[in-house]
Structure formats: C-alpha cells, structure tokens
Design a protein around this ligand. Structure first.
Ligand code: GYE
Length: 314
C-alpha cells in the first residue's frame, strides 16, 4: 500500500475502495434539472462511499456521448446518465457493455432495440403526469357553468425527442380525446426554458385570440408564458381568463399556485439520487433489482399546496 502508482484521474490511494460513478447530466435548462443534479451530488459522496465524476453535457447529445466514452476509458464502476433524447445510444452503450460497466438511466428513457444495453432506469411516470393534468381539467370543467362549450387549449411542449415531452403529451391527449369540446389548437416546442416559453406564448396569443387553457410541460416555460400573457393584458388562474396547467412543482411555481396565478402543478420529483444509490447498493451486493423504478409524485392545487410549500427545496 502507498506504493501503487497514482490512478489516471484524481483519485488518491485512500479512495481505492470507493465506488466510482460517472454521471452525465444532460444540461441545466431548468430549476428541476438543477435540483436533480444536486440530488445526485449530495448522495454519491465520499462519506457515502462513492467517487463521483460529474459531467454536464450542456444540452448536446454529442457532449453526452463523449462523457460516456470518457467514463468507459476511465473504467468507472457505474455509469449514470439522463439521456437528453431517446434515440441514438446503441453504439456507445454497446461499448459500455463490452467494458462490463452497468448503466443506470436517470430521469429520461432511451429507445434501443436491445433493452439489456442498460441495467435500470429511475424516473417519473410521464404518461401518468400528463393524464393527471387532463383529469384535473376534466374535474375543473365539471364545476363550470358552461362546461360543454368549446375549450381551446394550447400546449408548450418540452425539448423534442425527450421522454418527458412524449409522456406528458400522450397522457394529456388520452384524456383530451374523450372530450369532443376540447380543442387542442396547437402544441409547440419551447425547449423547457423560460425564454422560449415566453417567445412561443407570445406567438400563440397573437395567432389564437380565444385561448382558454395553457398546458405548459414545465414550470420554467410557464414563467415565460405568464410574462407573455400578462403583457398581452390577459389574466390567468383562479378567476382569470386563461387556465394554467404546469409541471414540475418548483417552489416558485407553487407560490403561484398559492396565489392562484397557476391553477394546478403536476409534480415531477427530481430527488432521484437515493433511488440510484439503492440500485448501486443492490448491484454491489448481488441482489436483484427492478428494471424500471418510479419516483413518487403528487398534484398540487390551491387546496393542498400549503402542505408542501414551506419544505420545498427546489
Ligand atoms: O420536467 C424539465 C426538465 O426530464 C423530467 O426536464 C425532466 C424534465 C423536467 O428540464 O423541467
């Protein structure tokens, strides 16, 4: 001991029995994403027995593939990554398999022919989130006087090709299809960012004078959209003229649920670090694991938002 040459990364000899995990985060586009990153960093610590190599791909799949390759060449014990989009991972994951490195997907899923290219996935049931948004609207409209009038809906979608965007769209469409008077005017990509949310909402307001409902697939886009709506001289939420449905459940958005500017926020749980750690521990001790691991989530309206608002950390 003490005589061994230094490892090629920054590990020191005393780190030798740490479990080395390479984590590739897809970016930092949203408040949710920042919380997700924090959750991983707070869980995979030296004190907990891990050596974390963290890389942020800054919204580019090529960066993420590069990060995965660098983890493979460093011979990490595990690879964890939040795939920016679903397609395009077969080759690099085959390389990981050849190197016998288990791969755990975080948050988003991938589209591969061979499911054995990854070991497990941790994340949200995005289709269910979309359904919950639709079911909320269904109940809400039941309470309205003219509930069989045309309901004109616009949707701000998240980054194209992502599981969150596919699932939330599919789940909401499923419910919308049951209602002849629900009229989805347009679904448009606003990339999960506030800037795009504002820009796209401004365009939608100019194109469609009769918007009744905005479905915005994350809180960051919602913040931008609220700006656009306000500057168009229109009002939102409880007692307003545009009903707003959002996703993620960030503190700032829940504040707006409390004041009534956002009607409902479908929670998406970013705290996935502990789930990932449990999977790694199970694999370390040879226990069997579930392939798909769903995190717990709720739906917040003015009625129940106070129960979580104070403790919200993202
Ligand atoms: O809703 C959004 C983020 O994939 C669940 O990505 C994630 C989504 C989340 O940018 O805010």
């Amino acid at each position: 001991a003490g005589q061994e040459p230094e490892a090629e990364d920054t590990r020191t000899p005393t780190d030798d029995n740490l479990i080395v995990v390479g984590v590739s985060q897809e970016g930092s586009e949203s408040v949710w994403r920042t919380a997700n990153t924090r959750s991983v960093k707070e869980t995979l610590t030296k004190e907990n027995g891990y050596f974390l190599i963290f890389k942020n791909a800054r919204q580019k799949q090529e960066n993420q593939i590069k990060a995965l390759r660098s983890f493979i060449s460093q011979r990490v014990d595990y690879i964890v990554f939040s795939p920016i989009v679903e397609d395009g991972w077969d080759t690099v994951l085959r390389e990981a398999r050849e190197a016998e490195i288990p791969v755990i997907l975080m948050d988003r899923k991938i589209n591969v022919k061979d499911e054995s290219l990854y070991t497990a996935w941790v994340g949200s049931d995005f289709v269910e989130e979309g359904r919950n948004a639709g079911k909320w609207l269904e109940d809400y409209l039941k309470g309205q006087r003219f509930n069989d009038d045309q309901v004109n809906i616009v949707v701000l979608q998240g980054t194209a090709g992502t599981t969150a965007m596919f699932g939330r769209t599919q789940g909401f469409e499923e419910i919308a299809a049951k209602h002849e008077n629900w009229n989805i005017l347009e679904q448009t990509n606003a990339d999960f960012t506030t800037a795009k949310g504002e820009e796209e909402m401004r365009r939608l307001l100019n194109t469609y004078p009769e918007i009744d409902v905005l479905v915005s697939q994350n809180d960051d886009m919602t913040f931008g959209a609220l700006e656009a709506i306000q500057s168009a001289g229109r009002t939102t939420g409880t007692g307003g003229d545009i009903t707003v449905i959002s996703f993620d459940g960030t503190k700032k958005a829940l504040e707006k649920v409390k004041t009534g500017a956002i009607n409902v926020d479908v929670e998406c749980n970013p705290y996935q670090g502990k789930y990932i750690e449990e999977i790694i521990q199970a694999l370390e001790t040879g226990q069997s694991i579930e392939k798909d691991n769903y995190v717990e989530e709720k739906v917040f309206t003015q009625k129940n938002v106070l129960s979580v608002l104070n403790d919200r950390t993202y």
